[in-house]
Design a protein around this ligand. Structure first.
Ligand SMILES: Nc1ncnc2c1ncn2[C@@H]1O[C@H](COP(=O)(O)OP(=O)(O)OP(=O)(O)O)[C@@H](O)[C@H]1O
Length: 265
């Protein structure tokens, strides 16, 4: 892991630790014994086919879904043991970037960013809120969009504003759900760079859910391959895809071809 020194990954300290996680919906067994560790300062990209349970996994991490079995520790708290208030407090320390960016369409960029801040830190002055909003917009390179409405932004800009809105609460962990979905290859590349910049500037640890090979390679210090309800391989991009496992090889070949098509079309 050559990125280790650069991002100061602390292999002594886990910020997420999962053991024996299982989750089913009626007859459908989605997660069948997931073990996973995210270390402080590290980015792990979770790769898997559509429907493999990637989103279910991150929803369980923030207590939006309850597991059927197993333990999920986030920032040293057992998520399923937490009372409502404790879970709310934990969620302030864990930013969640939804696939859709989930901006409020009726609010401009300033209001989208200031809203979560004033809801959680009611004692802040207007000047302090302004400062935080501009700092978060600066981190994503979009200070000039402060008064725009979400509908007037491009897809890539909406993603950036979504990231700024996550950053404004200074989370220790960020969970990205398909950060590059629906974006062209160049804009995807910019978002991948931004995910790395955020990791360095804010000292965050992140899980990046994706089926985009390029995104996983650029944003992940490690790659975790979710297949058939379990992580079948976790390691560097090169290490994971050097595997002789037929399922991993076929995932790589399929997605490599899809992405090559996207680049030339
Ligand atoms: N609340 C729910 N109730 C019933 N089934 C669900 C629920 N949430 C997820 N599922 C099912 O669990 C499976 C895994 O879903 P999930 O959204 O985690 O997949 P994914 O790997 O994130 O896929 P994609 O890459 O397409 O977003 C799917 O078959 C989905 O239909």
């Amino acid at each position: 892991m050559k990125e280790q020194a650069k991002h100061q990954i602390n292999l002594e300290e886990s910020v997420i630790a999962i053991t024996g996680l299982e989750k089913s919906f009626d007859e459908l067994d989605v997660l069948k014994g997931v073990d996973f560790t995210l270390y402080r300062g590290e980015n792990v990209a979770v790769l898997g086919k559509s429907g493999s349970g990637k989103s279910v996994l991150i929803k369980i991490m923030v207590g939006l879904l309850r597991p059927d079995a197993g333990q999920v520790w986030v920032l040293s708290k057992e998520v399923n043991e937490l009372k409502r208030k404790e879970l709310d407090a934990l969620r302030l320390r864990v930013g969640f970037l939804f696939q859709s960016s989930a901006l409020y369409d009726s609010m401009d960029v300033y209001q989208n960013l200031s809203f979560p801040l004033v809801m959680t830190k009611k004692q802040l002055t207007k000047k302090e809120v302004d400062q935080e909003v501009y700092e978060a917009l600066d981190a994503v390179g979009l200070t000039e969009k402060v008064n725009e409405m979400p509908a007037d932004l491009s897809g890539g800009q909406r993603k950036r504003i979504g990231i700024a809105r996550t950053l404004i609460l200074k989370p220790e962990i960020i969970l990205y759900d398909e950060p590059t979905s629906g974006l062209d290859p160049i804009t995807s590349g910019e978002i991948n760079n931004l995910i790395r910049e955020v990791q360095e500037r804010y000292n965050t640890s992140s899980v990046i859910i994706t089926h985009d090979l390029t995104c996983s390679k650029h944003t992940g210090d490690r790659i975790a391959m979710l297949l058939d309800g379990k992580f079948i391989k976790i390691g560097s991009f090169e290490n994971v895809f050097a595997s002789k496992d037929e399922a991993i090889k076929s995932f790589y070949n399929y997605n490599f071809i899809q992405e090559s098509h996207a680049r030339i079309s």
